[in-house]
Design a protein around this ligand. Structure first.
Ligand SMILES: NC(=O)c1ccc[n+]([C@@H]2O[C@H](COP(=O)([O-])OP(=O)(O)OC[C@H]3O[C@@H](n4cnc5c(N)ncnc54)[C@H](O)[C@@H]3O)[C@@H](O)[C@H]2O)c1
Length: 257
């Protein structure tokens, strides 16, 4: 058994790969020899990521795809790019997601639907398309769904977010049971609070930051590297007999106070 972590010759697709956690995962996979497809709907984030990654990994095989995963066309664009370039996919990191901070008495149908659409429905259809197109025919594939502590614990003023991530954890389990016979492993990573643009409003608030830091046994927020480590592990051969599970990356936040 080779215990070293290498993704040489693997094709990895990362949605939301031009921002925070997704971009750190891209750095990790590129460092470990993978060919990486970054799919993101933000042209601004994509151009910043492209500049940085091309400078850091001049020999890296990297593809940038501007696509919104909430529409069928966006998913098709990602599938086509993979088909045309490497012809196959080995790993899908379903990382794109949005947060929404609003008290439930003020929630709207549109706001609720948008969060569920991006954080749950789009993730399911990404899994479905990649399974149909690449993983089932190849009889192998690894999927990591980016969930959240919010899917494990209730987060105040984030009912839609918690619902979407909790449902994605359950979807991950259901697909793991259904697709194990096709050689597909699918798992979830549930980060606590990670210092990225997604929670910039919170981290700018000294009181919030102080509370979360004190409430976390490891006394800090997560950084994207903490989460990327779990993603790389779950998508590696070291996790070949792990499916349908979630790794919580929260510095002990959910273990008690
Ligand atoms: N930051 C946190 O504290 C935290 C905690 C738990 C879970 N998460 C989850 O981690 C994932 C990444 O979060 P992050 O903190 O890196 O956020 P981020 O905002 O820094 O990056 C998210 C990226 O996803 C892209 N994206 C969003 N919606 C998209 C769509 N419909 N189609 C394509 N791209 C889209 C954005 O353009 C952005 O580049 C999300 O699923 C989030 O819910 C984050």
């Amino acid at each position: 058994m080779d215990y070293s972590l290498s993704f040489k010759d693997k094709s990895v697709i990362i949605t939301g790969g031009a921002g925070g956690i997704g971009l750190e995962c891209a750095r990790g996979y590129l460092q470990s020899g993978a060919c990486v497809y970054i799919a993101d709907y933000s042209t601004d984030n994509l151009s910043v990521a492209e500049k940085e990654l091309k400078e850091t990994f001049p020999d890296g095989k990297i593809f940038f795809i501007q696509a919104d995963i909430t529409c069928k066309k966006g998913i098709e664009k990602i599938i086509s790019a993979v088909r045309e370039n490497t012809g196959t996919a080995d790993i899908l990191v379903n990382n794109a997601g949005v947060a929404r901070s609003i008290y439930s008495v003020n929630e709207t149908e549109e706001g609720w639907a948008r969060v569920l659409d991006i954080n749950l429905t789009a993730q399911f259809f990404m899994c479905q398309e990649f399974a149909r197109e690449f993983f089932i025919p190849a009889k192998k594939g690894k999927i990591v769904n980016m969930c959240s502590l919010g899917g494990v614990m209730g987060i105040p003023a984030a009912a839609a977010y918690s619902a979407s991530k909790g449902a994605l954890i359950q979807t991950t389990k259901a697909l793991a049971c259904e697709w194990a016979r096709f050689g597909i492993q699918i798992n979830a990573v549930c980060p606590g609070f990670v210092d990225t643009p997604l929670i910039a409003e919170n981290t700018a608030d000294e009181r919030w930051l102080g509370y979360v830091t004190m409430r976390t046994p490891q006394r800090r927020l997560a950084v994207p590297e903490d989460v990327a480590g779990a993603v790389l592990f779950l998508s590696s051969h070291l996790a070949d007999f792990i499916t349908g599970t979630s790794i919580v990356v929260d510095g002990g936040f959910s273990s008690g106070s």
